[in-house]
Design a protein around this ligand. Structure first.
Ligand code: AGP
Length: 624
């Protein structure tokens, strides 16, 4: 899960590559680099261990004039420690071939052994470097080592050597390559790792994600697995791995590059927390039955008859998206519709239990999470239909699913997911409403009330956000704590898990989310005097039980911050309250999660953590 950029054209190549890397830093940021070629077949390589800002400084201090094509990379280490030697781009022995790669080359040890036996000298511990040396071999076998090789031979040779190199690779890869002897062409290939090309005028782009080049063009072509692209400044040709030319349609991205900027907020995370009302509104817009017609069905191709025929839903996802799945499970079960939720990386044997009657709902902001994609493939192989809930148009997940329900949250840049989670919840509530109506679990009057309640959520989110100052104060009061507990029950239990995940991710402290009723079965032993305990306790069927669990925790010394509404506050005794607006019990997760996001944000701020780029993490996890 690294970020790749590529550029060919007459603009400032190095600036475009570095700027693109800055936008892709959410994919990894332990080292980075660029390689550019000029019209005189010279290649310049600049790499640093650390963030793109350091690379930017290096490139500014030692500018490369006349660069007309190049590739860039920001890394999240898999093979080999984060260091300058292991930073991409990697070169062959001649220093003429340069490659950037995202993914894992599974047969790299085999390849490396053979290449070393043939005299190749490796400079890094990475799997990626084998690609450059392999390319060197393929070029050699095509007899173009002599400088005198005719110019018109160079492009086909570069392409053919690349094709043969790719054919020898096993595993997952998005890669892009430059050869200093062919400055008029960049090559790219994709297998199980996202790659997209951007179509400009007299210039073209390559990236792992459109946000790298949205500033320059919104017209893009997504590569599929098994496809390659030969990118020149005036055009792009697409091929299969077998070398067969293939026609591809371009799509226009609606996101604006300014939508991905901070807009006056200190961090993307805070900006994105504040965009949640809009994210929910955009996701719901025009899709609510019975208020808004049957747009949702038309979009997804999921008819009422299909919804009636589904025997069970199986939610799968990772991290925050998995917490959305858990909310989904409770919601569907509440309507009497069997539903299960699993972490995608633990789906292995359960996948075999899927069948034609199962609707697998795979949730992923990026649509590129390797664990989720793998689970989807397993479920499909067992005969299940897959519905994707994702924020990313054209992502791998959308292309592999049978039905797609987009969240319309706009780009999420902060590594800690916030508005994407709200978008996922909104999509789940939409879906549940449609299923319940189609299956008669909601009468038409009840479906109308459900839709009306849902439509109020964006306004209630705004009201919840007004509590920011109080939440910040509570967070500051506990910021020095090394341990946090989050508890809740029923449909808010996943919110307790999400609260704990948020604070772990960005503050690096120990936090646990528990089903409140489970505390007495063991975890209560960890409570000590003054331990912060955040209890999510809105009005609902489990309120009395929650009140009891909070008392048990207080009796052992917990210092309780209660997330309540005006009515439930009367039942809950805590040292601090965050009072939320009231909504129907089932809808509360869309409000209760907000104070926990803000709490995590302000704890991390007080601890001076790198909130948008927490250590050890990457936004999109494209390795298993
Ligand atoms: C959440 O804050 C995380 N960054 C992470 O758990 C994330 O939700 C998970 O990796 C899934 O990502 P996806 O939605 O892009 O599939």
């Amino acid at each position: 899960m690294c970020g790749i950029t590529g550029y060919i054209g007459d603009n400032k190549t190095t600036d475009i590559l570095v700027d693109g890397l800055k936008r892709l830093e959410y994919r990894g940021y332990d080292s980075c680099g660029i390689a550019v070629v000029d019209g005189k077949n010279s290649l310049y390589l600049k790499r640093v261990s650390g963030r793109v800002d350091a690379l930017d400084k290096l490139v500014t201090a030692e500018p490369v004039k006349g660069a007309q094509a190049g590739v860039g990379h920001t890394r999240w280490a898999t093979h080999g420690a984060p260091s300058e030697d292991n930073a991409h781009p990697h070169t062959d022995c001649t220093g003429q071939v340069v490659v950037v790669h995202n993914g894992i080359i599974e047969n790299y040890l085999d390849l490396k052994e053979k290449l070393q036996a043939g005299g190749h000298k490796f400079k890094s511990e990475t799997d990626t470097e084998v690609i450059a040396h392999l390319m060197e071999e393929k070029l050699k076998s095509l007899h173009v080592q002599e400088k005198s090789a005719r110019a018109e031979m160079i492009e086909p040779v570069f392409f053919e050597a690349f094709r043969r190199t790719v054919a020898d690779l096993k595993g997952s890869f998005a890669l892009s390559m430059v050869w200093s002897r062919c400055p008029a062409m960049l090559l790219a290939a994709r297998m199980h790792s996202p790659l997209v090309v951007g179509l400009g005028k007299g210039e073209n782009f390559i990236a792992s994600d459109v946000s790298a080049f949205l500033k320059y063009t919104k017209r893009v072509v997504f590569l599929n697995d098994g496809e390659m692209a030969a990118v020149k400044k005036d055009g792009i040709d697409f091929y299969t791995f077998a070398g067969k030319k293939t026609a591809k349609e371009s799509v226009t991205i609606q996101w604006d590059s300014t939508m991905a900027e901070k807009g006056g907020y200190k961090h993307f995370m805070l900006k994105e927390i504040h965009e949640q009302a809009e994210a929910v509104e955009n996701t719901l817009r025009g899709r609510l039955l019975p208020l808004g017609g049957n747009l949702l069905e038309t979009e997804m191709g999921l008819t009422a008859a299909t919804m009636k025929g589904v025997s069970a839903l199986q939610f799968i996802a990772c991290g925050t998206a998995y917490h959305a799945c858990l909310v989904g499970r409770v919601l569907f079960e509440n309507f009497g519709i069997p539903a299960h939720a699993d972490v995608a990386s633990e789906f292995t044997d359960r996948a075999k239990l899927m069948n034609k009657g199962t609707l697998v709902v795979a949730i992923s902001q990026s649509g590129e999470t390797a664990d989720t994609l793998f689970a989807v493939r397993e479920a499909k192989a067992a005969g299940a239909k897959v519905l994707a809930i994702t924020n990313t148009v054209g992502s791998t997940l959308t292309r592999e699913a049978d039905h797609v329900l987009y969240t319309h949250c706009g780009p999420e840049i902060g590594v800690a997911s916030t508005k994407a989670f709200l978008g996922q919840l909104a999509a789940i509530y939409l879906l549940a409403g449609h299923f319940a109506a189609a299956r008669g679990a909601l009468s038409s009057a009840e479906a109308r009330r459900y839709a009306e309640e849902l439509l109020k959520i964006p306004r209630l989110i705004e009201e919840t956000l007004e509590k920011e100052t109080e939440i910040a104060k509570a967070a500051e009061a506990f910021a020095a704590s090394e341990h946090f507990l989050f508890i809740s029950r029923h449909i808010n239990y996943p919110i307790a898990l999400e609260g704990a995940l948020k604070i772990k991710e960005i503050s690096y402290v120990h936090a646990e989310g528990y089903a409140a009723g489970e505390m007495k079965h063991g975890p209560i032993a960890i409570i000590y005097k003054g331990m912060p305990l955040l209890a999510v306790a809105p009005t609902g069927r489990t309120l009395e039980l929650m009140a009891g669990n909070i008392e048990e925790a207080k009796a052992r010394g917990a210092d309780v911050v209660a997330i309540v509404d005006a009515a439930s506050k009367k039942t809950i005794k805590a040292s601090r309250y965050i009072i939320l607006p009231e909504t129907g019990e089932l809808f509360t997760p869309m409000l209760t999660v907000i104070p926990l996001q803000l709490f995590a944000y302000y704890v991390a701020l007080a601890k001076k953590c790198d909130i948008d780029k927490p250590r050890n993490l990457a936004k999109s996890v494209t390795v298993r």
